[in-house]
Structures are given as structure tokens and as C-alpha cells.
Design a protein around this ligand. Structure first.
Ligand SMILES: [Zn+2]
Length: 104
């Protein structure tokens, strides 16, 4: 809606708390349009590739529909947030099988 108020944020972190990656605000706008920080949630490429493909397909279809209509449907945001929740719960589950972290 308004660009002026979101200028203080320049980066949206990956939704997986242990990740540490993120996306720049400019790149976010290119991908998703306006940056609404109330609902802005991002998952990095690496964690996106771990998202169940059924979810990715549903989301891709919703985004295609958005583009065709030239507007952002609320249901698309809902699908996105469901994926984010799923990724966070997967990250928690992963902690039950601790692995030695290797630095990249
Ligand atoms: Zn990540």
C-alpha cells in the first residue's frame, strides 16, 4: 500500500529460525510486490527446496492466477503462510535428530 513506511526494513529473514539467510527488501518487492511487514514471511531457496512439492504446486498455481488477474488474492497469502508454518514445524522436528553443524 504505502512504500514510505516500510523504508526502515531492508531485509526479511528466512522463516526457519536457525537459518540466518534472508532476502533484501528490493528483491522481495520484485518477487512478491508490496512488502507488508505484518505478513511478510520469507523462506530461503535452500529451505524452499525442502518444502513438500504438493505445497509448492498449490502456491505456484495461486501466484499464476494472481498474475493473470493482476491482483494479489488473500488466499495466496494464506497458502504462503501455511507453507511458512509447515517449514517452521519441520525445523523443530529436525532438532529431535541433532546433527553436527557444518559451516558452509
Ligand atoms: Zn532458510
Amino acid at each position: 500500500m504505502s512504500d514510505a513506511t516500510s523504508s526502515s526494513i531492508d531485509r526479511v529473514p528466512c522463516t526457519v529460525p536457525s537459518c540466518g539467510r534472508g532476502i533484501g527488501a528490493a528483491a522481495w518487492r520484485r518477487r512478491f510486490g508490496d512488502l507488508d511487514l505484518e505478513t511478510a514471511e520469507y523462506v530461503c531457496q535452500q529451505h524452499w527446496s525442502q518444502t513438500p512439492s504438493a505445497m509448492r504446486k498449490v502456491y505456484a498455481r495461486a501466484r499464476r492466477r494472481d498474475r493473470r488477474l493482476g491482483m494479489h488474492m488473500e488466499s495466496t497469502g494464506r497458502i504462503w503462510r501455511r507453507i511458512m508454518t509447515e517449514m517452521r514445524s519441520q525445523a523443530r522436528t529436525a532438532h529431535e535428530h541433532p546433527q553436527r553443524e557444518t559451516t558452509t
